[in-house]
Write a protein that binds this ligand. Sequence first.
Ligand SMILES: Cc1ncc(COP(=O)(O)O)c(C=O)c1O
Length: 502
Amino acid sequence: MTDLHLPLDRAAGRLSAQIAAGFRAAVRSGRLTAGTRLPSSRDLARDLGVSRGVVVTAYEQLIAEGFLLARRGDGTRVAPLARSDGTARSDGTGGTGGTGGAARSGGAGGTRDAAGSGGAARRGATGGPDDAPGPVPAYDLWPGHPDLSAFPRERWLAAARAALRVLPREELGYPDPAGALALRAELAGYLGRVRAAHADPGRLVIMNGVAQGLSGVVRVLAAAGHRTLAVEDPTSDRQLPMLAAAGVRLVRVPVDGQGLDVAALERTGARAVLVTPAHQYPTGVVLSPARRAALIAWARDVNGIVIEDDYDAEFRYDREPVGCLQGVDPDRVVLLGSVSKSLAPALRLGWVVAPPALAEGLRVHRSHHDLGTAVLEQHTLATLIESGAYDRHLRTMRRRYRARRDALAAALVEHLPGATVHGVSAGIHLYVDLPPGTDEAAVVARAADAGVRVTGARPMWSPARAAAARPALVLGYAGLSESRLARAAELLGRAVTQGARG
Ligand SMILES: Cc1ncc(COP(=O)(O)O)c(C=O)c1O
């Protein structure tokens, strides 16, 4: 214990995570206010009786998340954007009025490749922008899918059985459109623990995936007067028609090596923006601490709202995942996530963590549109999380995906000289620049002929920037073993060099 009141449970391990959590809680409760100077890592380590490296790790994590600022000669201080509960005011729609934050809840297999018959790989029946059935490709590197062969069938069945056995009869009626309380309570605890989110059941709405969450949030914002939504450039082209159908005009904002260009966002005049800060889709860059701070400052200046798509944040391999932006300003940021990357897209289970007024707007929206999400699946997921089986599954998958990412990146270096892999070691896809002058569409077509299904990056760029963007591929690696990824990279290399010769 120190005068900072950072309780440590040495038996629980991960001391740096405990220290970081203690600081976040202190900032949120107002015990630590913006500008407060923190002890040096050496002093705090001595006070807490831990090694200095433990404190340095915690400080680095909090700096990356935007809670702390470190300046040469000025030590480490609480960042101005880190706002405590009860001081923020927002109606959750980027309008005026409303109340501030609710209290934080303390709430709580083997793998086989889906190898097909080989031959032409136009489209598999595994989802994607074009859902027409087609031959199953020998090497499916379409991005967006986890390893479907690793779905924890037995654990899911056990959780479903356990949940159904004790489910009260009334729960089989029409559900709360915001979702089953049991799942919202479990997720509040999980997201607080794993994503440093500021979540409680009153802020959570269960949705049928991030896609439905986005569509619902944007519709509620449009009804509250938002006319324009800023989206990243490049972005998931699959989402664009859905967002446009929600009744807003879309404006594109460039992404560079630090993530979204916030100065360019300011020039758009939009008051709502959709971002992927933890792992930009598709480039894989992480929003830098300075940009995080600038984005929150922008939201406050324009009385706006940031929609944070946290689609694959469970998977960071080189370090602890950076906590979500929503944890920094829960009244300006709406967090969306789902089990599509952690378990399976087919479950269509996701969540929105929103300021209370927006969460209520979303609940009403669902009561007007579809009466809520299937209840048995919600209770099954709640049981899976509560039993610890969900965390165990994620740990297994993290190891597997890391090995696959490393294998693919190494094979690309070997077989595609002149290509550059972008982004941090995270997620389940890679963004790889092809040598300048390569015909991206021709590479995709030649790869398909060789049985390798990939997508080019061009459809993900705005028409205005696509011409200047380097040819590139977005490769999903979750579903293939290391050896098959190496073979796929070899075939891709040939698809590129054939074009260079031809
Ligand atoms: C960036 C991004 N966000 C969200 C989604 C959709 O997720 P969900 O299945 O939860 O609707 C995807 C799907 O691939 C995605 O790539």
